[in-house]
Design a protein around this ligand. Sequence first.
Ligand code: PGA
Length: 250
Amino acid sequence: MSKEVRIVANWKMNKTVDESVEFIQKLPITTCLVFIAPPFPALYSCAQNKPAMASIGAQNIHSEANGAFTGEVSAHMVKEAGGDFAIIGHSERRRIFKESNSFINQKVKQALLNDLIPILCIGETASEREDGKTLEVLKKQLLESLAEIPPENISEITLAYEPVWAIGTGQAATAQMTQETLFNLRKIVQNTWGEECAEEIFILYGGSITPENIEEFLQEPDIDGVLIGGASLDHNSFSKIIQISGNIVK
Ligand code: PGA
């Protein structure tokens, strides 16, 4: 099965509405799929002004459909504003905002109910890796975050493996180490939801990706794309990244 490479830009709490729109309008044309998650205030304007190869989405959604949740945004609101996807369970949300796997599971369900692609992030900390617990931690995050999701929905999910120690540190995992981890994640998907789901699910890597190291990652068979923070904020770097990615056939 051939897959288009997916490149996700997570802008975190950076860029105003004007800056966001200007950035996406000046992106070079590419054949990879570009997913951009601006801050909430810029989502609608970006969706209105996006180039054809781009999808716009949210960095987070709430676990409930509506109600008294001051400061939160629902999956339906994101969809109505022109969003196509939602990043769920980013390690910053897990760590700073104390999001649990069961809370994240509710968000995945909300995304699916509202026809948003859930981009589910999982990843081990440095100490978990040092203790040899990487796979155990990832398996728990994966299975609990996707609890009760039927096989027919699994292929709609994009999974992002983001080792916490590699995010924003300039210390990316090696492509080879990532390939091994993603191969194991695909095995878990296969054992839980079946062979077809394991083939169809998109699995990305995230953590200190740059124009210099991206090609090496995308050449690995199980890495279907990348999720980028820092390097997605700089127009030059991100343009290079999507051009390189557009030349890679999976
Ligand atoms: P980084 O961030 O590319 O700056 O390491 C990745 C992320 O936060 O998902």
